[in-house]
Design a binder for this molecule. Structure first.
Ligand SMILES: Cc1cc2nc3c(=O)[nH]c(=O)nc-3n(C[C@H](O)[C@H](O)[C@H](O)COP(=O)(O)O)c2cc1C
Length: 186
């Protein structure tokens, strides 16, 4: 299968950002058990095949509970230099250390020593305790902790709003339509 057209546009937009760290920041929207919206920033970690996007997280965090109930999500990715907004919809497959030891080990090894330390901090979202350990680095020789998660987003719908033209260009691609592009009103 050839890479979907939206992936090529996204790659071009990411390249325009150069080495900026924020070019890998995406907003992940989930739904709480009570049906309320939740959103937060995560780092894009890479592609798993043509249509799957990897994020890393922590099974102790609220989003993990939300995903257990409702794995359908939307990710918003703004690439300001290209003036592109991507909205990606799909279903998250949660890969845990227990169930997917190889993939999670590979993901853990891809992190820097500084990147890994977050998973050695105390339970996210719990009250702060000043004497709790907050390491600044964690050696890759250590195995991933049991709460390390790979969130693999299996995409089925991608929408781009491109503000660099007049009028703005809004394009939709759906997997069920073999990723054929459809132009929409902006
Ligand atoms: C720039 C930036 C990058 C972040 N990257 C991640 C990440 O890759 N994975 C993650 O779990 N949290 C990441 N966070 C923290 C989340 O935004 C969020 O605060 C945390 O995961 C708890 O979210 P929750 O309570 O909704 O589960 C990042 C925050 C910022 C500001």
């Amino acid at each position: 299968m050839t890479i979907p057209a939206w992936r090529q546009l996204l790659r071009g937009a990411r390249q325009r950002e150069g080495r900026s760290a924020s070019a890998r920041w995406v907003q992940l929207a989930t739904v709480s058990a009570g049906g309320e919206p939740r959103v937060r920033t995560l780092v894009f970690r890479g592609w798993a095949g043509d249509e799957k996007l990897d994020l890393y997280s922590d099974s102790r965090s609220s989003k993990a509970d939300e995903l257990n109930v409702q794995p359908s999500v939307e990710v918003c990715w703004l690439l300001p230099k290209a003036r592109h907004q991507y909205r990606l919809r799909g279903v998250i497959e949660t890969l845990s250390v227990d169930e997917a030891p190889e993939q999670t080990r590979h993901a853990w090894n891809s992190l820097t020593d500084t990147g890994r330390c977050l998973w050695h901090w105390p339970h996210p979202g719990q009250p702060f305790e000043a004497d709790a350990p907050f390491p600044q680095t964690v050696d890759g020789a250590q195995p991933p902790p049991p709460h390390f998660l790979v969130l693999r987003l299996n995409l089925h719908r991608v929408e781009l709003l491109d503000l660099s033209h007049h009028p703005h260009r809004r394009t939709l691609w759906c997997r069920e339509d073999a990723w054929r592009s459809q132009r929409l009103n902006p």
